[in-house]
Design a protein around this ligand. Sequence first.
Ligand SMILES: C[S@@+](CC[C@H](N)C(=O)[O-])C[C@H]1O[C@@H](n2cnc3c(N)ncnc32)[C@H](O)[C@@H]1O
Length: 238
Amino acid sequence: MPKCSKELNCAFIIFRHGRGTGRAKAMTRNAMMSDTDLHLDKLRKARERGIIDRFGLYGLHWGDPDERADLVAVRDRFVWPLIHPDKIAVEIGPGGGRWTRYFLPCRRLYVVDRYPELLAELSRNFHAPNMVLIENSGTDFPGIADRTVDLVFSYGTFVHFELPMIADYLHEIRRILKPGGDVVLQYADKTKPVGAETPSFPDCDPQRIAKIIRDAEFRIVQQDDELLNNSGLVHFTR
Ligand SMILES: C[S@@+](CC[C@H](N)C(=O)[O-])C[C@H]1O[C@@H](n2cnc3c(N)ncnc32)[C@H](O)[C@@H]1O
């Protein structure tokens, strides 16, 4: 495993895999189609406006999971019960790390992001030796072996993905997840007024997300469409 590049000052970073196979090429196309500069713009604007310094961590201005009631409920119901020091965890799209901090007690934590600039932002605050930073190509997990992961979590990230891209991610999650492993994803819900009014949210709702999760041969453990005003949470397993 290569050492971390100097500017990231983290445990390790694994760079992108090649995109040789037909499936990998199609997956990259889906990732590109869903791609925008949204995440880089958000980070750069937060820097320019002094938001990161004011809140102490990039992302806390969207709500602190230790303070905002609905996020506290997400933490207590969907995160804490799954954390264990024997587990290998993956977080997809960590941003500045407002959720990442809860996964640090795991034996190993892979943090996967498409943008090196976001991984660099994360590594300003986190230097844990059990944390492995991975830059992916949009929907893949380079360097993570088949059936080795106990837990996959993503918040604030899949809400921006179109369904074909989520389906690609599900295929890859199925590859890395151990049988019986847990996955928790936040998804956009366009049936809610606030979700419908959020331009960066794609067309997605509880029924369609549940269908593609089942189509990918996972079993849904719980799905919550009440807690959040613009989105939902789904916990599933294989
Ligand atoms: C809106 S931020 C949310 C960050 C964090 N999870 C939170 O809730 O504060 C979205 C994150 O997803 C990352 N991201 C965007 N597209 C991605 C992709 N295809 N795969 C992995 N991460 C991605 C962004 O770089 C950013 O870190």
